[in-house]
Design a binder for this molecule. Structure first.
Ligand code: NDP
Length: 485
């Protein structure tokens, strides 16, 4: 089904948010923002270029001296006000997120927007508890460490959890006294735009938060290579992460890269199968599988393989696909026509590689970019379908014979973002957790997040850690002061 997008002529025109004002892009060029569930154009957003980035960086630079000297208690108060405003507008923001991304409104209400509120509250209060070290040197000197903001933070976020991930960057960046220029994905600009409006209402001074819309390879590239942006926090795909690092490195910027994943979900035969099946449904298909932490490679100990597969397939077939704005929908639309093509291409590839589709496998016959939740069996760990990030509602299920093989399968990709282990054997849980190469290991749970813990990827899933004090450290520079006594 190939249908043209719908142009109603009523779509609102968004602007960049620079220096506290909404301004059109210098080029006067715009990009269509499409609702992936209806293929309607729902907004026009700036197709920004390096001139707009220059303007935004200049605004952020001029706001920095005053903002960085603002007492932490006052910065905290303003961020808490912004959190309250997001919470008060939760329903509207959830609807915008659903329309922009294709995600179900129930997930946006439950996960995306509440997490954005938490992000602001967490860092607003975190800065009130910061302290720094002192190192007395044998009675001859006293060293103490200052932690200072760097200046203008460049923040680049993807489309899958738009406000959730954007706020995960903006909150620690500005809480610690930096100002920022953020470039959200051009596929999901709506909640970033609303956040800009709410930041004015919260009283955040002009220039502290700047938002520039547009393409990654134009606006994003200009931001990552800008000489007056000393710090880049990027979340997105591994290939893009490499381009960002290439651009930013010659200027010795501080960089954090949160990249892709191909996460293993290991289910041992002694696991609580009820819990493992129910949670694996979420870790496979929540947000249409478009969460970097989804467990797309499921490995099941041979003794439990048939029982797990039967129940997992039955539960998958019960998922309701359809209108994301309907509260009862479980699976919404994929982000774009291009992504739909990519995901269905991998289902075709799975068949060519010798796999069997035991559930789903088809594009849904309706307007919008919908794909059935899909389960594939019969593929080896070296197949491309088990090696490459699909980022859709497609999982493989593969049997393993023992713990050693389970760990080898888990570690058999170039990624290392997150993993899940299901077992009732405590010793084994700890052994396997220590042996898996991933930044996060969940035992008998998934997506249980404590914002204080370090978060990030190993191998090609990223460089650096964010979360809790790791974020506060990343967004500040430590400086040692040595005083002779
Ligand atoms: P992309 O890498 O395509 O894009 C991420 C962001 O980078 C977008 O804003 C994009 O803009 C921008 N961008 C693209 N090219 C450049 C460039 N040359 N310079 C600077 N910025 C650029 O990722 P997706 O948006 O497709 O998101 C999906 C990916 O994100 C998956 O791989 C997923 O695993 C990963 N991800 C990782 C997470 C983690 O915490 N590790 C969390 C969530 C997602 P534009 O939209 O215009 O291309």
């Amino acid at each position: 089904m190939n249908t043209p997008t719908i142009r109603t002529g009523e779509a609102p025109v968004l602007h960049n948010f620079i220096g506290g004002r909404f301004v059109p892009p210098r080029s006067a060029n715009y990009i269509d923002d499409i609702n992936p569930a209806t293929e309607e154009i729902i907004a026009a957003i700036p197709d920004s270029d390096s001139q707009d980035i220059d303007d935004a960086v200049a605004a952020a630079r001029s706001a920095f001296p005053s903002w960085s000297r603002t007492p932490a208690a006052e910065r905290s108060r303003l961020l808490l006000k912004l959190a309250d405003l997001i919470e008060q507008n939760l329903e509207e923001l959830a609807r915008l997120e659903s329309q922009d991304n294709g995600k179900t409104i129930s997930l946006a209400r439950r996960l995306d927007i509440p997490r954005a509120v938490l992000n602001f509250r967490f860092f607003a209060t975190g800065i009130l508890h910061q302290s720094s070290e002192a190192h007395p040197t044998d009675g001859t000197a006293l060293n103490y460490t200052l932690r200072q903001p760097l200046g203008v933070a460049g923040l680049i976020s993807p489309w899958n959890l738009p406000l959730y991930l954007l706020s995960w960057k903006i909150a620690p960046a500005i809480a610690t006294g930096n100002t920022c220029v953020a470039k959200p994905s051009e596929l999901t600009p709506l909640t970033a735009n609303r956040l800009a409006e709410l930041s004015i209402e919260a009283g955040i001074p002009p220039g502290v938060i700047n938002i520039v819309h547009g393409y990654g390879n134009k606006a994003g590239r200009a931001l990552t290579s800008h000489p007056d942006v000393p710090l880049i926090s990027f979340t997105g795909g591994t290939v893009t992460g490499a381009a960002v690092a290439t651009n930013a490195s010659p200027r010795f910027k501080k960089i954090s890269l949160e990249l892709g994943g191909k996460n293993p979900n290991l289910i041992f035969a002694d696991a609580d199968l009820d819990d493992a099946v129910a949670t694996s449904i979420r870790s496979s298909f929540w947000n249409q599988g478009e969460i970097c932490l989804c467990g797309s490679r499921i490995f099941v100990e041979r003794g439990a393989y048939d029982a797990f597969l039967e129940r997992f397939v039955a539960a998958t077939r019960k998922l309701k696909i359809g209108d994301p704005l309907d509260e009862s929908t479980d699976v919404g639309a994929l982000i774009s026509a291009d992504h739909l093509k990519k995901v269905t291409g991998y289902i075709d590839l799975a068949k060519q590689e010798g796999g069997t589709v035991v559930a789903g496998g088809q594009r849904v016959d309706r307007r919008g970019y919908f794909v059935e939740p899909t389960i594939i069996t019969g593929l080896g760990t070296n197949c491309r379908v088990l090696q490459e990030e699909i980022f859709g509602p497609v999982v493989t299920v593969t049997p393993f014979d023992d713990e050693e093989e389970a760990v080898a399968f888990a570690n058999s990709t170039r990624y290392g973002l997150a993993s899940t282990v299901w077992t009732r054997d405590l010793q084994r849980a700890h052994r396997v957790a220590a042996a898996i190469d991933s930044g996060t290991v969940w035992i008998n749970c998934w997506l249980l997040r404590d914002l204080r813990v370090p978060f990030g990827g190993m191998r090609e899933s990223g460089v650096g850690r964010e979360g809790g004090f790791a974020s506060l450290a990343f967004f500040t520079e430590s400086k040692n002061v040595c005083v002779k006594l």
